[in-house]
Design a protein around this ligand. Structure first.
Ligand code: FAD
Length: 407
């Protein structure tokens, strides 16, 4: 069997590894548009601040040799010809497949103008991040403006601040990480950012990067402009599906897949940031672009290729911010009809409840017990009997076990 995997991110590599582990008899070719061994994007900031390779090249730089995979880096797929079971490369070469895995991940979503101007950077891939950090390390960049205070925007802001760059973040919402955090937790994150030296301009809408050929300023909708040595777009991510146009694949924001991660094309699965899957908790279809979802989907796809009838349980909504110096965790919904909160010193813990069931929680400062809460949430357990304890740092498995034994 000839298996082609488009993409060498966490999703694609997990498929390749799983196929080998499960003894699938396949020649495996894995393609990546980027010129690097397979890497883990969440480790990029750490890599640029410490130079440590072990976490970014998470399976080892030689992983493809060890797995006997024909890995072609710097090889972009231009289009798909499903009727011929063929992928067409940028070079014009064609590769035939029996099974195809679409694991092309996500790229910068740029709803503002000028992101293609020279001098506008992003932090969505190792290629893009390397180009930004190379300019910083050559001393060209003393100041940077970052558009977007989502988790990638904050991560790059903290990294640049640590590298001695004067950072300004521009965010159109009235709080940082508006899609993920409730306003109260967001205000803690904002304070931490300010303490680390970043400037943050909330309720400030960027109109676009401007310049002739090369970016010269960030124009704001207010009519003002901000100038800096470097400009970073951190305006969101979108599935990388351009090359699938005309293939007949069913895609909306991402590639639509069924419970087995199959697309509508024969023998073609989609996994990771590129795939639109149901949410494990709400059932709603969406792309939740996080590492654990990519890896879980890669495992299911490998099992399917090995002939098992595996079903994907659904994506989870879960984020944690690692670089603030204080742990911050966001799981599930960021509001509920009831809220339990605990505040002490720098710690804030909030649990959101609907109809006696946990629908989400936000922790800053102390994330202990998060595993138990997540498990109760996913099981849709009735927590009414111990709801008042849920947000306390000492809440744990013992509370749940006691209630179950007592009932
Ligand atoms: C800065 C940053 C920090 C992050 N931090 C976290 C975190 O803390 N926790 C967390 O859970 N998640 C985090 N994420 C998200 C996480 O990295 C992604 O969810 C995960 O990488 C998705 O894996 P993937 O394999 O689907 O896609 P990707 O990692 O995006 O990999 C896609 C692959 O496809 C290749 N490709 C794309 N188009 C083509 C083409 N046409 N032809 C050939 N190859 C192609 C790319 O070169 C790449 O190899 C972070 C992401 C970034 C950018």
């Amino acid at each position: 069997m000839q298996l082609i995997i488009v993409g060498a991110g966490p999703a694609g590599l997990t498929v390749a590894e799983g196929v080998r582990r499960l003894g699938v008899d396949a020649d495996v070719t894995m393609l990546s548009a980027e010129p690097y061994p397979p890497y883990a994007p969440p480790a990029m900031a750490d890599y640029f601040s410490t130079g440590r390779e072990a976490t970014i090249f998470w399976k080892g730089k030689d992983v493809c040799d060890r797995l006997s995979i024909d890995y072609r880096s710097g090889t972009r797929v231009a289009r798909l010809e499903p009727d011929k079971r063929t992928v067409v490369l940028d070079s014009g070469d064609r590769l035939r497949y029996d099974h195809l895995v679409i694991a092309s991940g996500s790229s910068l979503y740029a709803p503002i103008g000028g992101t293609d101007l020279a001098g506008v950077f992003n932090f969505k891939s190792l290629t893009a991040a390397t180009s930004l950090i190379t300019s910083v390390k050559t001393g060209e960049v003393q100041s940077a403006v970052i558009v977007g205070a989502g988790f990638i925007g904050l991560e790059v802001a903290l990294l640049l601040a640590d590298l001695g760059v004067e950072v300004t973040i521009v965010e159109m919402a009235d709080s940082v990480m508006p899609a993920i955090l409730d306003p109260e937790t967001a205000s803690i994150v904002l304070d931490l950012l300010l303490e680390r030296g970043a400037k943050v301009r909330l309720e400030t809408k960027a109109a676009g990067f401007a310049g002739s050929g090369r970016v010269e300023q960030l124009d704001l909708e207010s009519g003002q402009a901000i100038a800096a040595d470097a400009y970073v777009a951190a305006t969101g991510v979108k599935p990388s599906i351009d090359y699938l146009a005309g293939s007949g694949i069913d895609a909306d924001w991402g590639v639509r897949v069924d419970d087995h991660l199959m697309t509508n094309l024969p023998d073609v699965v989609a996994v990771g940031d590129v795939a639109e899957t149901p949410d494990r908790f709400t059932g709603e279809r969406y792309v939740h672009a996080i590492f654990p979802n990519a890896v879980a989907q890669g495992s299911v796809a490998a099992e399917r290729l090995a002939g098992f009838d595996s079903v994907y349980e659904g994506a989870e909504s879960m984020n944690s911010l690692k670089h603030l110096g204080v742990p911050v965790m966001a799981v599930g919904a960021r509001t509920g009809s009831e809220e339990r909160r605990w505040r002490g010193g720098d710690t804030l813990r909030k649990v959101f409840i609907e109809d006696g069931r946990i629908v989400g929680f936000r922790f800053a400062g102390d994330t202990s017990g998060a595993g138990v809460l997540r498990s109760l949430m996913l099981r849709k357990a009735d927590v009414s009997a111990f709801a008042d304890r849920l947000a306390e740092p000492s809440f744990g498995i013992a509370d749940v076990a006691f209630r179950v034994l007592a009932s």
